[in-house]
Design a protein around this ligand. Structure first.
Ligand SMILES: Nc1ncnc2c1ncn2[C@@H]1O[C@H](COP(=O)(O)OP(=O)(O)OP(=O)(O)O)[C@@H](O)[C@H]1O
Ligand SMILES: [Mg+2]
Length: 375
C-alpha cells in the first residue's frame, strides 16, 4: 500500500496533478483511489465525473472520493467529542470547561486524515492519492496527530482513561502512517515564479521536521518554448519562459536537483484523456510511484564524537533561515522560521549537554558533551 499526498500553494495544480497521477496508476494496473480533502469540490471537475462522500468508480481500477469533513464532523466527531468530554471531566475539569476544550481547531482536518486512514485500512486499493488543500493547511493537518497526542499526554500524564488512551492510540496510528516513508510520501507542486524557492524550502523543512518524506517536486504551468517563431506572441512566450527558466535554475542552484515539469496547456486538462496526457509528460513513461530518487534520510542520526556525541537533524535549511535550539527536559526544541517542534532525545543523549550547533548542506549538526557510556 502506498499513499501519495499532493500539496502546494493555492491554484498551482494540486488537484489536476493528483487526478492525473491517479489515472496513470490505474492505467498501469494498480487499483487506485484518489481522495480530495479540499472542501471546494474540484476533483470531480478534474475527472469530469461527479463524486460523492463514498468512493465511486471513475474508470476501471480507478475510484475517487470527495471527503466531506462537515458530514464527518456531524458523525464521527460527536462520538470522539463525547469521549473526550467524559475523559476531561474524569480528570477533574467541570463539564463546561470540558465542552470549551473540545472545540479544537483543526478538527475538520483531523477527521479528513482519519478518513484517509480508514480508506487505507479497508485494503481495497493498492495506492491512495490524496489531493490535499493548500500547503499551510496541509502542514497543519500533518502536524495535528503529533500535536494533539503530545497535548493529551501532557494534560493527562499517567491518569489516562480508556477513551483518552484510545484517542491517543488513534493519533499515534495516524502519525505512524504519515511518517512511514515506505508508505507515505509528499509531492510538492509549484509554479515557476519568483519567491517559490524560499517558500519551497520552508515547506520542505517543515515537512522534514514532522518526519514526513518528500519524494517529488513538480513545476507546473511551464510556458511552452516558442522555438524559432517570430512575432509579438512568440516574444511574449519567450520572455515568460526565460523568466521561468531562471526560477528553475535558481531551484537547481538551491539544491533541488530533481524538478519534474508540466507545460501550461491551452485548454484546461479535464477528463481522463487530458489527465493521462499530463501524466505522460510528468512521469515520462516511468512509474508514478517512483519518487525522484532522493534517498530518504532519517530525521535523527547519532554518532559518537571525542567529546560525547554529534546529533544530525536532517532538515533542509536555506541561507537566512532562522533556527533556534533549546533543551526542554528530555526533548530538543527546534524552531525553524517560527515553526517549533519538540524532538525526544535518544536515551543515550539525555544526560548530555548541548555544546554547539551548526548547519551544513544536509541540515543541523548538534554537538553534545559528557556522560558517554553511562546513559
Ligand atoms: N498544466 C496546466 N495547463 C493548463 N491548465 C492547468 C494546468 N494545471 C492546472 N490547470 C488548471 O488550473 C486550474 C487550477 O488547477 P487545480 O485546480 O488543479 O489547482 P489546485 O492547486 O488544486 O487549486 P486549489 O488550491 O484551488 O485547490 C484548473 O482550472 C486547472 O484545470
Ligand atoms: Mg485543488
Amino acid at each position: 500500500m502506498r499513499i501519495l499526498l499532493f500539496t502546494g500553494k493555492g491554484g498551482v495544480g494540486k488537484t489536476t496533478l493528483a487526478a492525473a497521477t491517479g489515472a496513470a496508476l490505474a492505467a498501469r494496473g494498480r487499483k487506485t483511489l484518489v481522495v480530495s480533502t479540499d472542501p471546494a469540490h474540484s476533483l470531480g471537475d478534474a475527472f469530469g465525473h461527479p463524486l460523492g462522500a463514498e468512493p465511486s468508480e471513475v474508470d476501471a481500477l480507478l475510484s475517487a472520493v470527495q471527503v466531506d469533513s462537515r458530514t464527518l464532523v456531524d458523525t464521527s466527531w460527536h462520538r470522539l467529542r463525547a469521549e473526550l468530554q467524559a475523559a476531561l471531566s474524569g480528570a477533574g475539569l467541570d463539564t463546561l470547561d470540558a465542552e470549551e476544550l473540545t472545540v479544537l481547531p483543526g478538527v475538520d482536518e483531523l477527521l479528513a486524515l482519519t478518513e484517509v486512514r480508514r480508506l487505507a485500512e479497508e485494503g481495497r486499493w493498492d495506492t491512495i492519492v490524496v489531493d490535499c488543500g493548500p500547503t499551510a493547511e496541509t502542514l497543519r493537518l500533518l502536524a495535528l496527530p503529533e500535536a494533539v497526542s503530545g497535548y493529551l499526554s501532557r494534560v493527562f500524564g499517567r491518569r489516562v482513561t480508556e477513551s483518552v488512551r484510545r484517542l491517543g492510540a488513534h493519533l499515534d496510528g495516524l502519525r505512524a502512517l504519515l511518517t512511514e516513508p515506505s508508505v507515505t510520501t509528499v509531492r510538492l507542486v509549484l509554479t515557476p515564479e519568483r519567491v517559490v524557492v524560499a517558500e519551497a524550502r520552508r515547506t520542505l523543512s517543515s515537512l522534514a521536521l514532522r518526519g514526513i518524506a518528500v519524494d517529488g517536486l513538480i513545476a507546473n504551468r511551464l510556458m511552452p518554448a516558442p522555438g524559432f517563431w517570430r512575432g509579438g506572441a512568440a516574444s511574449w512566450l519567450r520572455t515568460r519562459r526565460t523568466q521561468q527558466d531562471a526560477v528553475l535554475a535558481e531551484l537547481a542552484a538551491a539544491g533541488f536537483r530533481h524538478v519534474s515539469r508540466v507545460e501550461h496547456r491551452a485548454v484546461e486538462p479535464v477528463g481522463l484523456p487530458a489527465l493521462l496526457e499530463i501524466a505522460a509528460e510528468l512521469y515520462r513513461g516511468g512509474d508514478p510511484l517512483d519518487g525522484d530518487g532522493t534517498p530518504v534520510t532519517p530525521l535523527l542520526r547519532v554518532r559518537p564524537s571525542p567529546e560525547g556525541y554529534t546529533l544530525r537533524v536532517a532538515i533542509p535549511l536555506g541561507r537566512g533561515t532562522e533556527v533556534d535550539l533549546a533543551r526542554v527536559d528530555d526533548d530538543l526544541a527546534i524552531t525553524v522560521d517560527g515553526f517549533r517542534r519538540l524532538i525526544a532525545l535518544p536515551e543515550s543523549l539525555r544526560p548530555c549537554r548541548i555544546t554547539g550547533a551548526e548547519s551544513d548542506a544536509d541540515g543541523l549538526v548538534v554537538s553534545l558533551a559528557g556522560n558517554r557510556g553511562r546513559g
